[in-house]
Design a protein around this ligand. Sequence first.
Ligand SMILES: C[S@@+](CC[C@H](N)C(=O)[O-])C[C@H]1O[C@@H](n2cnc3c(N)ncnc32)[C@H](O)[C@@H]1O
Length: 188
Amino acid sequence: MSLAIYDDVWDLDLAVCPCDQHFLDWIAARDLRGARIFHFGTGNHHLVGIRSAEDGRGNAVLGITASPREHESYVRLVIERPEIGRRYKVLFGDIYQLEPRLLPELDVATLFHLGEFWSEKNAAYGAMTDRELALSLLEKLVPGGWLLFYTGSFAYDRAAAIADRLEAEGRLLPAGNFATLRLCRKPG
Ligand SMILES: C[S@@+](CC[C@H](N)C(=O)[O-])C[C@H]1O[C@@H](n2cnc3c(N)ncnc32)[C@H](O)[C@@H]1O
């Protein structure tokens, strides 16, 4: 049994998947500063990490990718541009194997691809489910912290069911929408 990797590379395609750009637009619209951001799915473009390191707002991004080649492009990026690597870190691994004890406190977590990649392959080595992943990240959020979903995801029905239930349980508060993003906050 091997790790459920993303055996592909995702280059930026705003027509198909604008979530990362919309996230950056939301950061700019709120003028979010000094935030600790966890980002599910860096892509090969590393847009969220690069722009966040460049925009002067002092946000720090911890991304995760399950694509070996996307992780390699991150390694090259920070070797060539160490100023980006200061505030942009990328883990390689299966997000469903995150170890919450090793995660920092977070102000924002993106779950744009929740429901897209989990399969029995993850379950075979005891990885978390989508709901368990959402709960783990919620636990790391500060009160008032943000959990963001992508309504354009092909698996949004699954992600929405998880978000709806968390809201119904009072673990999340609805906070509206921004472009294609569904915004939720941890009660605080
Ligand atoms: C379709 S790409 C989207 C990338 C970027 N967010 C965008 O919208 O342009 C999906 C991303 O999710 C990551 N991914 C897929 N399965 C994953 C998993 N199990 N754990 C961590 N990352 C995963 C891939 O490595 C890839 O970076």
